[in-house]
Design a protein around this ligand. Structure first.
Ligand code: NAP
Length: 474
């Protein structure tokens, strides 16, 4: 596989001010060295995006749509190759990587369809003195920043709506996983995106250079996916030039199993909600809140399913749980589990770092009480803490006892009871009797400190559009 490693500015692949390695977390080996951007390249990317904006904003929506559609087709055709790259730089197993790539491609298809459907509004003013015309226009140059856990999908979930809306962009990927993002930029290049519309940089000093870009008046919008901690910093930074912001931040998802739930279905859903992406998902079930009456059976069955997973290098045939993205991230998971055990948590599966190379951590199940510190943290790994409750009200209170509010899961055989709980759960998304609900056609996003704005669905393109009201004398 030929791996691209350069920056992409104004339609050309260019070198930067240095290079940094990308490691395969399963083996510790260096896969490639990517180019880093200095101030000159960051400024060149802004200039290119700024210059390309007027013409891209005026480009017929059908033309923008067909470029995105072409990108979808290329990405789908090359999914196997891209999945290998994702697995190599991120550590996730090949089946998860392939699933991510196909999901990622769908954002190009969905927003190809949305590009030609931007709605407007025309109405008579109540006093009859004028006509009210409401239209939507692209915001302008947008900075897109993505995390390492879904290196393909987090990029396309921003690139798709931005390009559909008529914005030009500067994309910056996580330092651990830039290679997938570069591949996707190359797909857009091959699909015919005009020069300057998409630019890719990896600043050599992330914080300082992103701050520099965010203080340049040519930038109008920032769309960020990552931790709540960095999100807070960027919201503060965005205040100086009053930038539009979309923030897809951390989560600490509750997975509530009511006493009338089908336990086998709940365990099946739990395995998906917890273990997709090895637990490194903002949507990952992080706190299993289970009715006391059924907790023992649920715990035994979940522990058996978790223990049966084959842990191996993501590219190994049959691997079901790969490596974390780095030894540093793996050690964070181990520390949280150790602290949980020290606070009285009881292990039912996993719980210790395996011997040998690679950033591996086993699938772990731990029963805890309500005060256990693990419940207050986003674990970002294959760890399932289980806490019990007596009443539905207690379950909802436990579920909502967090500063996060991205997604919640609820299992019950009584749809009325499940819906009542879904409405009481403080999160932007609720999965009812399902382990996964992410869909390019649905609005993805959180409440509380999980973020601002929505990606995907009909809402996604509006993160890149301004509403304009034109009042017409009659
Ligand atoms: P992170 O540490 O916040 O990094 C995310 C991105 O921000 C990276 O590209 C990183 O670049 C960049 N960054 C770091 N410091 C920055 C600064 N001062 N200014 C500008 N950019 C900065 O998050 P992560 O560890 O990669 O990802 C895990 C987190 O993402 C979890 O909390 C997870 O819940 C969240 N997430 C949320 C969603 C969602 O849709 N809500 C989806 C996926 C992940 P460098 O790599 O160069 O530092």
């Amino acid at each position: 596989m030929q791996i691209k490693t350069d920056l992409y500015i104004d339609g050309a692949w260019v070198k930067g001010d240095g290079a940094l390695p990308v490691y395969n977390p399963s083996t510790g080996e260096v896969i490639a060295e990517f180019q880093t951007a200095g101030e000159a390249q960051c400024d060149a990317a802004l200039t290119a995006a700024h210059n390309a904006f007027p013409s891209w904003a005026k480009t017929a929506p059908r033309v923008r749509s067909e470029i995105l559609r072409k990108a979808f087709e290329i990405m789908t055709a090359e999914a196997d190759e891209i999945a290998k790259l994702v697995s190599m730089e991120n550590g996730k197993v090949l089946s998860d990587a392939k699933g991510e790539v196909l999901y990622a491609a769908e954002f190009f298809r969905w927003f190809a369809e949305e590009a030609v459907r931007t709605p407007g509004d025309f109405r008579h003013s109540p006093s009859g003195d004028k006509r009210i015309l409401v239209t939507h226009q692209p915001i302008g140059v947008s900075l897109l920043i993505t995390p390492w856990n879904f290196p393909a999908a987090m990029a396309t979930r921003k690139l798709g709506p931005a390009l559909a809306a008529g914005c030009t962009v500067i994309l910056k990927a996580a330092s651990e996983t830039p290679l997938t993002a570069i591949y996707i930029v190359d797909i857009l290049h091959r699909a015919g995106v005009p020069k300057g519309v998409v630019n890719f940089i990896m600043p050599s000093k992330t914080g300082a250079m992103i701050s520099m870009i965010m203080h340049d008046p040519r930038l109008r919008n920032i769309s960020f996916t990552g931790s709540t901690e960095v999100g807070r910093t960027l919201i503060k930074e965005s205040a100086d030039l009053v930038l539009r912001t979309s923030m897809e931040l951390g989560g600490n998802a509750p997975f509530v199993v009511l006493d009338d739930a089908d336990i086998d279905e709940a365990v099946k859903g739990a395995m998906i909600a917890k273990m997709r992406n090895g637990g490194a998902a903002c949507t990952a079930a992080n706190r299993f809140i289970v009715a006391k009456k059924i907790a023992e059976e649920f715990t035994t069955k979940l522990a058996a399913a978790m223990s049966a997973l084959k842990v191996a290098d993501g590219l190994t045939e049959g691997a079901q749980l790969g490596a974390s993205v780095s030894i540093k991230e793996r050690n964070k998971i181990a520390e949280l589990v150790d602290a949980s055990v020290a606070a009285g948590g009881i292990l039912h599966a996993g719980g210790s770092v395996p011997a040998g190379e690679g950033a591996f951590y086993p699938a772990t199940v731990i029963t805890v009480d309500k005060k256990n510190p693990i419940l207050a943290n986003e674990v970002f790994g294959p760890v399932a803490p289980i806490v019990t409750f007596d009443t539905d009200e207690e379950a909802i209170a436990l579920a909502n006892d967090t500063e996060y509010g991205l997604i919640s899961y609820i299992y019950s055989s009584d749809l009325k009871r499940a819906l009542r709980s879904a409405e009481a759960l403080e999160s932007g998304m609720v999965a009812v009797n399902r382990g996964v609900i992410s869909d390019p056609a649905a609005p993805f996003g959180g409440v509380k400190q999980s973020g601002l704005g929505r990606e995907g669905g009909f809402a996604g393109i509006h993160e890149f559009l301004e509403t304009k009201y034109i009042g017409v004398e009659i």
